[in-house]
Design a protein around this ligand. Structure first.
Ligand code: 5GP
Ligand code: MN
Length: 353
């Protein structure tokens, strides 16, 4: 089983960079998910086992159901502690950028990240890396950045020293980015890695419950409401969308993470190929967050680029619109119509607009 992914010169560069660093910061993308947190926390654990302290700086809040992750409570939030986060970025001599491919993905933290004089190293699995770095470890064929983190630690010969906390974080990231190993997870190496993580004493069933069975009563009621009252199904097109308004969020005492993964739910309908969710920002007017998920070879990232100012992976992408929810619904309907051929299977993918 070949776990190694770095070239010899990359190994050397990475070792040297870590060795020489004094002030290390780890950054992840806006609205961190299980993989952003798992890879960042796992990498921080690893650095600490090398005798190197580091601080994780995240652009904003992570979902409530990830609070339990080992080390999560010491993450510095840029939106909440802007001055402290800016100082950390400014004083850093090494910044690891984990689970994102460009500084636009850290949203409001972009200027502070770009302005930092620190050396930057990207470790990521999204397409099209676009940041000036001293080392870019970009592998879009990996299930998750957490898998990449494992492979790097393994290749550097540091698996023996890996703590249980590190293993928990890596497992959690791999699990969340593959929907509990139900997609993007057919590489045999993934299960070799899991078998190794289990030797560290992690309780994978408990990690699953912590993440997927940890909703409040209100979140479950909201999810039921959205699927029964707000879902628009276009059976002929094998596509559907639903909306989440600010009013829905208020009515159901919404907290971050309550709608996590819900965009996958309509894909459980037989024959469904595409699911889109539109969510009003909880504070800013005329800002709609778009999430897209697709099945098989329908490229939802192309639709996200064409219609929603976004992008992402073939089967999971996102974007945003600066308009009202009603106007956003119109855009979704236009997008569905534009891709009718590809969705019905009767025509080719349309040209990018
Ligand atoms: P989510 O629906 O969970 O917000 O995003 C799904 C996937 O799409 C994630 O892998 C994320 O990185 C990617 N994504 C979300 N928003 C954007 C965006 O605005 N631009 C790009 N390039 N990717 C995005
Ligand atoms: Mn990821």
């Amino acid at each position: 089983m070949n776990i190694n992914i770095l070239s010899n010169s990359e190994v050397q560069t990475l070792n040297e960079i870590i060795e020489n660093a004094q002030n290390i910061v780890i950054c992840c993308h806006k609205s961190p998910d299980g993989d952003a947190l798992g890879s960042s926390l796992g990498w921080a654990n690893f650095l600490s086992s090398c005798g190197k302290a580091s601080t994780i700086v995240a652009p904003d809040a992570y979902p409530d159901f990830l609070q339990w992750m080992p080390g999560a409570n010491s993450i510095v939030r840029y939106d909440k502690h802007t001055e402290q986060a800016t100082t950390l970025l400014q004083n850093a001599d090494l910044i690891f950028c984990l689970d994102f491919n460009g500084s636009d993905r850290v949203d409001e933290m972009k200027d502070a990240l770009d302005a930092s004089p620190a050396k930057k190293v990207m470790i990521d699995h999204h397409l099209n890396p676009r940041m000036e770095t001293v080392l870019t470890v970009s592998h879009p064929n990996m299930s998750s950045t957490s898998e990449l983190v494992f492979r790097i630690i393994w290749q550097l010969g540091k698996f023996e020293e890996m703590s249980k906390e590190c293993a928990v974080n890596i497992y959690c990231g791999m699990m969340t980015d593959t929907g509990g190993f139900t997609y993007n997870s057919t590489q045999p190496e993934i299960f070799f890695i899991i078998s190794q993580l289990l030797t560290k004493g992690i309780d994978k069933d408990r990690i699953y419950r912590n993440v997927f069975n940890n909703f409040s009563q209100w979140a479950i009621r909201l999810r039921g409401y959205l699927m029964s009252q707000k879902l628009n199904v276009f059976s002929d097109l094998h596509a559907s969308y639903f909306t989440i308004s600010r009013r829905d969020m208020r009515d159901f005492h919404f907290i971050k993470g309550d709608a996590e993964g819900l965009v996958n739910e309509p894909l459980r309908i037989k024959g469904m190929k595409l699911s889109v969710s539109l969510r009003e920002d909880d504070r800013r007017d005329n800002l709609i967050w778009v999430s897209l998920r697709s099945v098989g070879n329908f490229p939802c990232n192309k639709m996200a680029e064409d219609f929603f100012n976004g992008g992402g992976h073939l089967n999971a992408s996102g974007g945003r619109l600066n308009c009202s929810l009603t106007e956003a619904e119109k855009v979704v309907r236009e997008a569905f119509a534009y891709y009718e051929g590809a969705l019905t299977g009767w025509g080719p993918l349309p040209k990018s607009r």
